[in-house]
Write a protein that binds this ligand. Structure first.
Ligand SMILES: [Mg+2]
Length: 212
């Protein structure tokens, strides 16, 4: 992949993501159980399996259409806040990456930045809020820094790996739980924000699911 990523390479990346979610589905649900409704792993796994089916049924011809399909499928199959957030990430990513192949590391990084900006705009996340932003931003910063140093795909991806860009520990996971739990408690005394609106939509979705 030294000259750039083809649509096939990028589809492999999506498939690897789907596999990672499937392999860690129980852990994701366990983490969600501490602060939410214990459905994150199951939700994401369902959404990504739907993505794999959609890719088989109507194979996308370009990088842009690939990520557009991923985003739209996640929005329509994953409930709660995760659907809109991951959907926005991939839709913005697809909108920025374009149709041309191969995709250079710089274009990949710029597209991912557009996706991450979309997540921030959608969820109003700020650094240190212990949201998905805090996992993605250090990785992307490390990727950008590697490219500035003249690194190619392989080295840049290696430097952006979670272990290098943002070491995660079980102590961090406990801290995430406490921080977010405090936020939820605190937010009940604040005026509604788009984040609250997302939570409200989630509740509405659950009500609709429970309604015959
Ligand atoms: Mg949940």
């Amino acid at each position: 992949m030294s000259d750039g990523a083809t649509r096939t390479d990028l589809e492999q990346w999506v498939r690897a993501f789907a596999q990672q979610v499937e392999d860690n589905k129980d852990l994701l649900t366990e983490l969600d159980a501490a602060i939410g409704d214990a459905d994150h792993g199951a939700n994401m796994d369902r959404g990504l399996k739907a993505v794999l089916v959609a890719l088989e049924q109507d194979p996308p011809a370009t990088p842009a259409t690939l990520f557009n399909k991923v985003g739209l499928t996640l929005v329509s199959t994953v409930g709660g806040a995760s659907g809109p957030l991951y959907g926005t990430l991939f839709l913005r990513f697809g909108g920025a990456i374009g149709d041309e192949e191969p995709v250079s590391p710089a274009r990949f990084a710029a597209a991912l930045r557009a996706g991450l900006d979309g997540v921030v705009a959608r969820g109003k996340a700020e650094p240190g809020d212990k949201t998905m932003y805090d996992a993605l931003a250090p990785a992307l910063d490390a990727f950008d820094a590697a490219l500035s140093d003249g690194a190619g795909w392989d080295v840049a991806l290696q430097r952006a790996s979670p272990a290098k860009a943002a070491p995660a520990t079980s102590a961090n996971a406990a801290s995430v739980t406490r921080t977010r739990a405090r936020r939820v408690q605190h937010s009940s005394s604040r005026p509604p924000t788009p984040r609250c609106a997302t939570a409200r939509n989630h509740r509405l979705d659950r009500i609709r699911e429970a309604t015959p």
